[in-house]
Design a protein around this ligand. Structure first.
Ligand code: KG4
Ligand code: ZN
Length: 382
């Protein structure tokens, strides 16, 4: 079964065709990052307009690329993200998908964006070794972490498609915490990839001496919420994180050390990417901030792994691209003898393949319900 997946929940206009929920036959992503960069974050109205301008082109390209792989193949269904996400952005994808499903005479499936991120480790490309196509059911029960610009949630999956929320952020999502720090330090948008690259380059200056690297870092709060806080809403405090204190700690640090934003010309510098540099002190602070987030996330993951009995640990979402987070979480899973499952980097950010793939297994809304559906900006995983 070939499903055309459409994704417009935030700042990527994306479409893909996926076979039987696993093999990606085509995948087209148009990113709006350059449009939002001047504002330091996603502007919903700009996102919506850009989706309207690009959606037909992106869908046509995904279908044309699919035809190159399967000239005689049919598209058997259309799947679309209907939440969570930005309402004016979601509306564009949902309406386009409704029109396509009706005109092609195929069913429409409405899909949860966060749940789709958690399916990405199971995506294969045409020609991948059969090992990567191992059964999904054999990986259950699983612990899963959805970590993106809008979410930081831990779930238990007793079986595929069944979710129990174990913990979450009480305020900012990890991606949001990265993006806000980058904005504060004038590093540009989106902050996550920049902070990752700077922190990596900073650590490399210590070679193999990880002890000296670690002791050079500034100690920022590790985001542990207090027991009894009402925002916990019944979840255990040691399975939740709070990044607002970390953000405030960074803000105070920057206010106290204005030279971070206004360095003297003879400050030592670090090139973290060809032609892009920061002062060594900014790099140290950025690396310390990233480490606080990574440690908080790894700590809650360790707690979850120690409390349950899991065959695998799945991570999905844009922040799962973070190199230090991947390294740390892989080690955490290895120590617990649990298989670590994450997507190929090209499927970590928002894309249509994850929507098409999940629709093969799980449909939040189908039939008349899908055709009549409205967007759900705060849709939860259940
Ligand atoms: O999943 P995603 O593409 O969109 C949402 O569903 O939110 O995630 C976007 C988030 C942004 O906050 C971005 O800064 C973050 O993922 N991100 C990263 C990295 N690459 C993207 N965060 C940390 N390290 C990265 N390498
Ligand atoms: Zn996402």
């Amino acid at each position: 079964m070939n499903i055309l997946g459409i994704e417009t929940s935030c700042d990527e206009t994306a479409a893909a065709v996926v076979k039987d929920g696993r093999t990606v036959l085509s995948n087209v992503v148009y990113t709006q990052i350059p449009l939002h960069k001047p504002y330091g974050g996603v502007v919903p109205e700009i996102a919506s307009r850009a989706h309207v301008e690009k959606i037909s082109e992106v869908v046509n390209e995904a279908i044309a690329k699919f035809r190159e792989v399967e000239p005689e193949g049919s598209i058997d269904a259309v799947a679309v993200t209907y939440g969570p996400g930005l309402s004016p952005a979601l509306i564009v994808g949902l309406n386009a998908a409704k029109g396509l499903a009706l005109s092609m005479g195929v069913p429409l499936f409405c899909i949860n964006h966060i749940e789709a991120h958690l399916h990405t480790p199971f995506l294969n490309d045409v020609g991948d070794a059969p090992a990567s196509a191992a059964s999904i059911e054999s990986r259950m029960p699983a612990l899963a972490l959805a970590i993106s610009g809008g979410h930081t949630n831990w779930f238990e999956l007793p079986e595929y498609g069944s979710y129990r929320l174990l913990g979450q952020t009480l305020d900012d999502a990890a991606g949001e915490a990265f993006d806000k720090a980058a904005k504060l330090l004038n590093l540009g948008y989106p902050g996550g990839p920049k902070i990752d690259a700077i922190a990596k380059a900073y650590r490399a200056t210590f070679g193999d001496d990880s002890r000296r690297w670690k002791s050079s870092l500034e100690k920022f709060p590790k985001g542990c919420p207090r027991e009894g806080v009402s925002a916990l809403a019944g979840l255990p405090a040691d399975m939740c994180v709070s990044f607002s204190g970390l953000k405030t700690a960074l803000l105070r640090y920057v206010q106290k050390h204005q030279e971070l934003l206004d360095p003297s010309p003879d400050e030592p510098r670090l090139e973290y990417k060809s032609g892009e540099e920061v002062t060594l002190e900014v790099a140290r602070i950025v690396a310390s901030y990233q480490e606080a987030i990574v440690e908080a996330v790894a700590d809650r993951t360790r707690t979850a792994l120690s409390r349950g009995s899991y065959r695998s640990f799945i991570i999905g979402g844009g922040v799962s691209l973070n190199s230090r987070l991947r390294e740390k979480l892989k080690k955490t899973a290895d120590r617990a003898h649990v298989e670590f499952l994450t997507a190929k980097p090209k499927y970590c950010g928002d894309n249509g393949a994850m929507i098409a793939a999940l629709a093969y297994y799980r449909r939040n809304l189908t039939g008349e319900d899908a055709l009549a559906a409205d967007v759900c900006p705060s849709l939860e995983v259940m």
